[in-house]
Design a protein around this ligand. Structure first.
Ligand code: KG4
Ligand code: ZN
Length: 335
């Protein structure tokens, strides 16, 4: 089979991203234009502003991707675009652009699921991943434990019943005055603090199911913060305890799922997979059980288009192309 170059486009939240990936594995270009500095002052992503910034930036990031890859438009074989889940207004910008681009070039369009993209970010950097695998998807909008008997097959074993893990990081960082996005801010504060000085509940850890609940944990952190008169000198210790609590809950339940399904592989995916406490704990505990634990490099954990182009390759091979009336969806009924 000749080399297949796929252009990936990702605009589901606050990153306008374009990438070109060869044969689902080799990143020829990966351009991410982050809007973080714009949304920062609002303490979170403002959907309409995100859409407007995407429309300003989309053609620039696509052109930058072609330049970085050293390819002409004609040298790509398909255009892949995230069409779910995400902010609909934001998704529509990437989707409309991708449709126009594919239509003008006469190339096939591929609909990419943002969460599949996060999972396949692992495959861009590791070529020894074996199935069955347990995947922990932890992002700003999702937290699920997924069983993958084979590539492209998914069974959700458990999910959060309220806040996503990234959302909890963002909310706790917000009331602690640490800024947006909360995950990296909490990680930084935690590095200067000590877990265990304050105690937060390991919510749902003793339950047999593989669901999570982070809303109560966030409230418990807020109550501790208020009880201590919002003293600036407790921020780092509280951040450290919050981060450790989350890492522990996510690790214990993911490894429990691996045992249950007799999977020897654990994959971390999504923005929160960039968290060093989670990466370290999952690797240490997973390897102690004889499992292989993978996570993408930091740049590929958070939103990017390389993961979209990479995951789309598996659809390209199957001839799974999307019609030009493809729509965007805020959420997904299944993976
Ligand atoms: O996957 P992502 O870039 O976007 C979504 O699809 O949601 O994830 C963004 C989330 C945010 O909530 C952010 O605070 C969190 O990932 N995040 C982190 C870290 N880096 C990003 N959470 C914990 N530790 C980090 N280092
Ligand atoms: Zn994401």
């Amino acid at each position: 089979m000749p080399d297949i170059n796929i252009l990936g486009i990702e605009t589901s939240c606050d990153e306008t991203a374009a990438a070109i990936v060869k044969n689902g594995r080799h990143i020829l270009a990966n351009i991410v234009n982050s809007q973080i500095s714009i949304h920062e002052k609002f303490g979170g992503v403002v959907p309409e502003i995100a859409s407007r910034k995407h429309i300003e930036n989309i053609s620039l990031v696509v052109d930058a991707a072609f330049k970085q890859a050293g390819l002409t438009y004609e040298e790509i074989d398909a255009v892949a675009v995230t069409n779910a889940p995400g902010l609909v207004g934001a998704l529509l910008v990437g989707l409309s652009f991708a449709k126009g681009f594919a239509y003008a070039l006469g190339k096939p369009l591929i609909a990419a699921n943002h969460l599949h993209g996060h999972i396949y970010a692992n495959f861009l950097e590791h070529d020894d991943i074996e199935f069955p695998a347990i995947c922990l998807i932890v992002s700003g909008g999702h937290t699920s434990i997924v069983y993958m008997p084979a590539a492209g097959e998914y069974e959700i074993l458990g999910s959060t019943i309220d806040d996503a893990a990234g959302e909890a990081f963002d909310k706790v960082a917000r009331f602690l005055g640490l800024g947006y996005p909360g995950g990296p801010a909490i990680q930084k504060a935690a590095a200067a603090g000590q877990a265990g000085k304050y105690s937060l509940p390991r919510v749902f850890l003793n339950r047999k199911d593989l669901d999570f609940s982070f809303s109560g944990l966030k409230t418990a952190a807020m109550n501790l913060w208020k009880k201590n008169d919002q003293a600036p000198n407790i921020v780092n210790d509280l951040a450290a305890e919050f981060q450790e609590t989350l890492a522990e809950i996510l690790t214990v339940k993911t490894l429990r799922a691996a045992e249950l399904k007799k999977a020897n592989t654990v994959l971390l995916a999504g923005g929160v997979a960039a968290n060093s406490a989670l990466r370290i704990l999952m690797k240490k505990e997973g390897e102690a059980k004889g499992l292989k634990v993978y996570y993408p490099s930091l740049l590929l954990c958070t939103d990017n288009a390389a993961m979209i182009a990479g995951s789309a390759y598996f659809q390209y091979v199957k001839g799974n192309f999307a019609p030009l009336n493809l729509n965007a969806y805020a959420s997904l009924l299944s993976l």
